[in-house]
Ligand binder design. Sequence first.
Ligand SMILES: [Zn+2]
Length: 133
Amino acid sequence: MNFIQYVANSRNIPMFRDDDATVREALGRHGCFGDNGRLSADGYALDCPDLDNPIILFKNKSDKEKRRFTIAHELGHVFAGHLSSENQKGAVQGIVHTKELEASMIGAVLLGLSLYDEWRRELTPEDNKKIAG
Ligand SMILES: [Zn+2]
């Protein structure tokens, strides 16, 4: 499990791949999927009225690093409180842009922490001794 998955799990935010037919059928009403059956963006963070927590939906057929940043960006929307219906009402383009920027900034931090976590896990005991001094 990478750090971003750990963060999502620790907040009980389930993540779903777009190529899961059951998920696609269940979420079709949200308009995330185009006529071709594909997700119309790299990812979405969604509030579902019948679930306690938001969910993350992501395009599975993108490369690993892009997928990881997409999930981190969508978590950014969740953590910044962008999903409440009050926030979505009357959104104007400037506010939408600001929210995307905010989600990307949070996503960049999460991605950085994830890469740091991977780097630390790959260190040998000798490397750790050198770092500790
Ligand atoms: Zn976004």
